[in-house]
Design a protein around this ligand. Structure first.
Ligand SMILES: Nc1ncnc2c1ncn2[C@@H]1O[C@H](COP(=O)(O)OP(=O)(O)OP(=O)(O)O)[C@@H](O)[C@H]1O
Ligand SMILES: [Mg+2]
Length: 282
């Protein structure tokens, strides 16, 4: 599949992973989604827009390989190919790390546009890991996006912030400002879902979340210890052996690439889970 795709011009789709609220799973999801896309044979780069925090390279397990970063390229101190890190596990996956600078103005709109345009000539998918909030950094991460994955936890404050982000996607982005452009395709990814807490009314149901946000559902990622285990060893969860979370991310990415797949909630520790997972045809 990889070789087959390499002969074709790159798709160059820009996907922003955003949320509004902090700590809901954007970086975890960016890593998992980009690794799953690369596993499916798509040339994929994941870009860290969270200037100052620089979490993505740790989750991807390449923090010791960072020499130049996104900001160095924008400032003309390095070429893009000097800053891109090729993943050691998947030849179709690259990472563009960011800098730990405190200067939040280091990212510029023109710089971001230039780098994204260059990445589009080489990659099928450009996954942008957004910082939290709805300020400048988050707005820059979404500005040039073609699609958005809005990461939401099933609780009121997270859903409310995601709703604000959906408002921004529809108003403050290049596609929103361009008269004849298709709007950004936004989909919600519910993460840290715990059925037992939903059952006792401690967590919102999937239906409640969707009723408020009114955008299509990309997938439901369960609360899972596999996430912590994977991030501790610097491996995106989809490359860290079978788990409910990995399966749920793989399903979401299959949908992201346009393949119809029945929605299901894959859970940890529930009877039948492993049968379903290992029995899968792919
Ligand atoms: N499905 C999950 N199950 C269990 N823990 C999870 C899950 N998803 C994310 N986490 C944990 O939640 C924490 C926050 O995740 P992450 O860093 O991906 O969030 P974020 O939205 O990128 O945060 P920030 O807004 O600070 O950038 C991490 O400790 C991560 O391991
Ligand atoms: Mg993050």
């Amino acid at each position: 599949m990889t070789t087959e795709l390499k002969d074709k011009p790159p798709l160059g789709r820009v996907i922003v992973v955003t949320s509004g609220k902090g700590g809901v799973g954007k970086t975890t999801s960016s890593a998992a989604i980009s690794a799953a896309l690369a596993k499916q044979g798509f040339r994929t780069v994941v870009v860290d827009f969270d200037v100052g925090l620089r979490n993505l390279d740790m989750i991807m397990g390449c923090e010791r390989r960072v020499v130049f970063d996104f900001i160095n390229v924008i400032q003309g101190d390095a070429k893009l190919k000097q800053a891109l890190i090729k993943d050691k596990r998947l030849e179709t996956l690259s990472i563009l790390p960011t800098s730990q600078t405190r200067d939040k103005d280091a990212l510029t709109k023109e710089g971001v546009e230039q780098i994204l345009n260059e990445l589009k000539t080489e990659f099928d998918y450009i996954v942008c890991d957004s910082p939290a909030g709805i300020e400048r950094g988050a707005q820059l991460a979404m500005y040039y996006a073609d699609e958005a994955v809005v990461v939401t936890n099933p609780e009121v404050s997270s859903v409310r912030d995601s709703d604000r982000v959906l408002g921004l996607l529809n108003s403050q982005t290049k596609r929103a400002e361009t008269a004849d452009a298709e709007p950004i395709k936004a989909q919600v990814l519910i993460t840290r879902y715990d059925q037992s807490r939903v059952d006792i009314g401690e967590m919102m149901t999937v239906e409640d979340v969707l009723e408020i946000l009114a955008v299509p559902l990309l997938g439901v990622i369960p609360e899972s210890k596999a996430i912590l285990r994977a991030s501790n060893v610097g491996t995106p969860v989809v490359l860290d052996g079978p788990s409910a979370a990995a399966q749920a991310y793989e399903d979401a990415v299959t949908r992201l690439t346009g393949t119809e797949l029945e929605m299901r909630i894959v859970e940890e520790r529930r009877p039948g889970l492993f049968r379903r997972m290992f029995g899968r045809a792919t």
